[in-house]
Design a protein around this ligand. Structure first.
Ligand code: GLC
Length: 567
């Protein structure tokens, strides 16, 4: 096994070149932009985005002003769950390019002072992974099967699943295999699609394999990992029946103890990884995708010897409501500080309805689930965009680290009217179309209003159809328009950096009408009007505003940053 090259000169040089000082724990304050590679930019013309497409657009991301990129999976995969079903954790899928393309992207990003974290999918592999194929061949009781969760079925002939767990994507979480002799045999667990068998993390082969995978990418120079389903790796060994809450597809559940989420043993895995990352120079970081019912529980993932960040989904799932936002922001800052970690902030990602639509849905959608033509709640487009701009204006003023999802800087809405035939999310198939799934937030980006495929791909091809309205959201239409959403994001990110808001301290302000969220971070005053009438605001220099200020009044669904505000 190769040992980590901790003295490689490129790493030392890199530490000086990157935005924060070596040892300054860049991840405490960074704005991290999520690239969903298949939908970002396609350089090859096959209608699927790729790594060279990301490299081609790095200067646009520098201009936007982000500190780091998180790349959703680009590793080898049959793409049954858009790459979250991996066959080779240490190679690039030909769909996205080659390892050399990855190295080029990393070097090009580092030379621009942009860090890169990669997605790691340790809960499950693809059913095409060599280990799973070997497990099928080797049969019950083998070392190969012990790397996954194979069990005999219940019932006289083992015809019933080992327990009643349900897949997050709908349907049962167990699938029965046909053994080598052609008879129905054992069952294997898959918390997601049946093409995504769960590893057994009590197995040392699995633990050792993922240490190898971490070292592979750390040795190449990545700055860290976003860890997929970080609350799911360890299951209650007794595999007890569990009746999920009514909202069965939720990744967290409302109850404190779910036998497959947040088991105590999972923390040992991250303590091990923390020690492994510490062997490397340059401040590498782990971010947990852990959907848990409370902030207090999520904070367990970022204790000092575990991960560095965890996504703040409680914040993402909070509606457009001043009191609720104030409560969740206060609780986040207090609770994460209690374990010495930064809070993170996030409004959109590849799994939830884009916030330019979600914040103006006419029916409640507390988990942010995908919407389509038959959904009860329809987003009101102009209200959604106004609120999304205001919500981002609030978010980027908060101390800690913030995550952006590609396309939100263009104000993209959810695509609600995708044709059924175009849908690809396994959720859609596993629920027989009852749940639309996540395709609506994954439609490829519009770069140029008048180019084929809106500049996403040189051929105009696109793996999901792009709607006509993409023309008005295209980046080239927004780039020189001072009132555009792109210009707002650039202004916020540049002022956030100049005022060091990520490292700041939040102080609540009082004396505003109900429905107003107001706080100070250093000499920046942030006021968001979430009430139903315009409000008077203090005098001060406007640094950025999510929408026009009318006289001395801040209209509804608008947020502003003021410098040196005085009553
Ligand atoms: C995570 C990913 C999601 C994926 C699932 C299974 O939640 O964000 O896209 O489908 O894990 O890997």
């Amino acid at each position: 096994m190769t040992s980590p090259d901790i003295t490689a000169p490129d790493l030392d040089e890199r530490a000086d070149a990157l935005p924060s000082r070596p040892g300054a724990e860049w991840w405490r304050t960074a704005v991290i932009y999520q690239i969903y590679p298949r939908s970002f930019a396609d350089s090859s013309g096959d209608g699927v985005g790729d790594l060279p497409g990301v490299t081609d657009h790095l200067d646009d991301l520098v201009e936007l002003g982000v500190d780091a990129l998180w790349l959703s999976p680009f590793q080898r995969s049959p793409q049954k769950d858009a790459g979250y079903d991996v066959t080779d954790y240490c190679d690039v899928d030909p769909l996205f390019g080659t390892l050399a393309d990855f190295d080029d992207l990393l070097a090009a990003a580092h030379s621009r002072r942009i860090r890169i974290i990669v997605d790691l999918v340790p809960n499950h592999s693809s059913d095409q992974h060599v280990w799973f194929r070997a497990a099928l061949d080797a049969g019950p009781g083998s070392r190969e099967r012990a790397r996954y969760l194979f069990r005999d079925g219940k019932g006289e002939h083992g015809e019933l699943p080992p327990n009643n767990w349900e897949s997050v994507f709908g349907g049962p979480a167990w699938t029965r295999v046909i053994e080598a002799d052609g008879t129905p045999g054992q069952w294997f667990l898959h918390l997601f699609d049946s093409t995504q068998p769960d590893f057994d993390w009590s197995n040392e082969d699995v633990r050792e394999e993922f240490r190898r995978v971490l070292r592979f990418w750390l040795d190449r120079g990545v700055d860290g990992f976003r860890v997929d389903v970080a609350h799911g790796l360890v299951k209650d060994a007794a595999l007890p029946d569990y009746i999920p809450p009514a909202d069965a597809d939720s990744m967290g559940g409302d109850e404190a103890h779910v036998p497959y989420w947040g088991q105590d043993g999972v923390h040992d895995v991250y303590r091990d990884w923390h020690r492994l990352l510490d062997e490397y120079s340059g401040d590498r970081a782990l971010c947990a995708e852990a959907w848990l019912p409370t902030i207090a529980r999520t904070a367990l993932w970022v204790r000092p010897d575990e991960m560095h960040q965890a996504f703040n989904f409680a914040y993402l799932l909070t509606g457009w409501d001043a009191a609720a936002l104030r409560a969740i922001i206060a609780e986040s800052l207090r609770t994460y500080a209690g374990v010495g970690a930064p809070s993170t902030w996030v409004l959109s990602n590849h799994d939830v309805v884009r916030h330019a639509s979600r914040l103006a849905l006419t029916a409640e959608n507390p988990q942010g689930h995908g919407i389509g033509p038959g959904s009860p709640g329809k987003p009101i487009a102009d209200v959604g965009l106004r609120r999304a701009r205001a919500a981002t204006t609030v978010m980027l003023a908060l101390p800690g680290s913030a995550y952006l999802y590609q396309g939100e800087e263009l104000g993209l809405p959810e695509v609600v009217d995708l044709p059924d035939a175009a849908r690809q999310d396994p959720t859609w198939f596993r629920t027989q179309g009852e749940r639309y799934g996540r395709d609506g937030c994954r439609v490829p980006l519009p770069w140029s209003a008048d180019a084929p495929g809106y500049g996403f791909s040189p051929t105009g091809d696109s793996w999901l159809p792009q709607p006509e309205q993409w023309r008005s959201f295209a980046r080239d239409v927004q780039v020189d328009d001072p009132g555009s959403t792109l210009s707002l994001y650039r202004a916020l990110l540049s002022a956030r950096r100049a005022h060091e808001l990520g490292a700041g301290t939040l102080e609540w302000m009082t004396g505003f009408p109900a429905g107003v969220l107001a706080f100070r971070n250093g000499n920046v005053t942030v006021i968001a009007n979430i009430s139903d009438a315009a409000i008077a605001i203090p005098r001060g220099t406007v640094i950025a505003t999510s929408g026009p200020i009318v006289g001395d009044e801040l209209p509804v669904d608008t947020a502003v940053w003021l410098e040196d505000a005085r009553a």
